[in-house]
Design a protein around this ligand. Structure first.
Ligand SMILES: [Mg+2]
Length: 176
């Protein structure tokens, strides 16, 4: 194994635009329009009308939900470049939604085919021995000894205590 710096990259809301998919399914299935600009500091489901409040769980437990997510803007190019310089691991707490496992694996194969299966970690808690972690959830930074980079997502909008990257271009500026 080469002695590159190990870098963990999250999937949902970092590589994959999960929120875009939520907006789309609620528009199509429930005629409900969720506006990104109203989401700052909130979870997506907090913006749903009361009767739909827990329905998002049905979606994330459906096979196929995670298979056709859009790649976040710039992620394809930047991750390819990071992969040259770092030992890149994709780390997703996919065990929360076990039906997502095959979807996520196939999605990575489609969009990031150069990432080896050996570098994909589907887990519960993200207890990983890496030097840098890019994630949108600060709970994944608890106990992490390396350099956490908070990737901006509406729900983490008001969090100030972490180094932040708003876009993949900003990740490139920091790490390439
Ligand atoms: Mg995430």
């Amino acid at each position: 194994m080469e002695n590159k710096i190990r870098l963990a990259i999250d999937m949902d809301e970092v590589l994959a635009d999960t929120i875009d998919k939520f907006i789309e399914v609620y528009r199509q299935d429930h005629n409900t329009e969720i506006l990104l600009e109203e989401m700052n500091g909130k979870e997506f489901h907090e913006l749903l009308p009361g009767v739909l409040n827990s329905s998002w769980r049905n979606y994330v437990n459906q096979k196929g939900f995670f298979r056709d997510l859009k790649v976040m803007p710039g992620a394809a190019e930047v991750v390819k470049a990071l992969h040259e310089k770092y030992d890149v691991y994709i780390v997703s707490a996919a065990m929360e939604f076990p039906n997502s496992l095959v979807d996520k694996y196939e999605w990575l194969g489609e969009h990031f085919p150069y990432i080896s299966w050996k570098n994909i970690i589907f887990c519960g808690n993200k207890i990983v021995d890496v030097q840098i972690m890019i994630d949108d959830r600060i709970r994944n930074f608890v106990g992490f000894k390396g350099r956490p980079i908070l990737f901006s997502s509406p729900h983490n909008h008001f969090i100030t205590e972490y180094e932040r990257a708003n876009t993949w271009a900003e990740v490139a500026n920091k790490l390439l």
